[in-house]
Design a protein around this ligand. Structure first.
Ligand code: ZN
Length: 327
């Protein structure tokens, strides 16, 4: 009998050690407990939220909204894709641990040490020379012209704000994709932004919206990869800046959405060559669809490209504030 009691106590201890802590549920992480540690408080759901949705707000007003079975959530009003779907554990929403550490933590962790100074920014106007990029279906304007024009506008705004800006190309010339991050390294850039415009398949004149990309972190899948189990397995130089890449992508993406009113196609991850070998934080912006009848016409208007340039500049300045430890 005494032996049985002893075994029972042992079993209790063993079960206790196996039971998920308040933070972890197996390989998943309980959202409510985790974001509370980052200073976010639970909010009551809005009428438009589903019964399973959870809503949080930080002291700085940034909101996090998550819903069950989705592979994205909203942070500060911008859609951010996850590697895995949001699930539920004992009535609480959970995210995969790599999504917590690679997406939520960098975005919600405001108190970075003030070590990140940004002076020199390399802007990369996508395509050029022999490579026109996407072509506007309305008037034949090439992506390479639009990205160069946007880059020149962005350069002027950033310089006015005290930054030193170098373009990977100042005219209609081609640079190999691998030469662009190498250019940034030679220039001793503190930040790298590659500018692009998107296009849909033939006969699709409707798809529109803005996407902002960070290089895919190890253990995460690229957003556009149809095989969602094919995680990035080998670290690339660009992965040294996963945390900063994500903060920069989100900061710029939010400003782009706010300044243009464009459709939110999300902060995404991809293994783009121009981001792979970077030795500073960097992102790639797809500033809308030149193939769209409406958005394409807007992108061909210089006033709209000025808005895009202004938004990217504001996003960079937001990023600098955030990474210098301002809430
Ligand atoms: Zn492009």
């Amino acid at each position: 009998m005494r032996l049985r009691v002893y075994h029972f106590i042992l079993l209790l201890c063993f079960a206790g050690s196996l039971a998920p802590s308040t933070l972890h549920a197996g390989n998943d992480i309980v959202l409510s407990d985790s974001v509370a540690q980052l200073g976010l408080a639970s909010q009551s759901n809005k009428a438009s939220d589903s019964a399973d949705a959870e809503r949080y707000a930080g002291k700085n007003g940034i909101e996090l909204v998550a819903d069950k079975n989705r592979d994205f959530l909203y942070i500060g009003g911008a859609k951010v894709f996850l590697s895995g779907s949001i699930r539920s554990y004992r009535g609480k929403l959970t995210v995969q641990s790599n999504d917590y550490y690679k997406v939520l933590l960098p975005l919600l962790w405001w108190s970075q040490p003030p070590t990140n100074s940004i002076k020199r920014i390399v802007i990369d106007p996508g395509h050029g020379g022999k490579d026109p990029g996407k072509v506007c279906s309305l008037n034949g304007t090439c992506e390479k012209q639009l990205t160069l024009d946007t880059a020149l506008r962005l350069k002027a705004i950033l310089e006015k704000n005290g930054y030193e800006v170098i373009l990977t190309r100042n005219k209609d010339t081609w640079l190999d994709l691998d030469d662009r991050p190498a250019f940034a390294a030679r220039a001793k850039a503190d930040l790298f932004v590659s500018l692009h415009y998107n296009a849909a398949g033939a006969n699709d004149f409707k798809s529109s919206g803005i996407e902002t990309y960070a290089y895919t972190p190890v253990g995460q899948t690229s957003t556009n990869d149809t095989n969602r189990n094919r995680a990035q397995s080998s670290a690339q130089p660009g992965n040294n800046f996963d945390t900063f890449n994500m903060i920069l992508a989100w900061s710029v993406h939010r400003r782009l959405l706010a300044n243009t009113g464009a459709e939110d196609r999300g902060v995404r991850r991809a293994k783009f060559a121009v981001l792979r070998t970077l030795n500073c934080p960097g992102i790639l912006v797809e500033g809308g669809f030149v193939s769209s009848r409406t958005e394409g016409a807007m992108i061909c208007d210089p006033a709209y490209r000025q808005k895009i340039a202004q938004a990217v500049a504001e996003g960079i300045m937001d990023y600098r504030q955030r990474t210098q430890g301002h809430p």
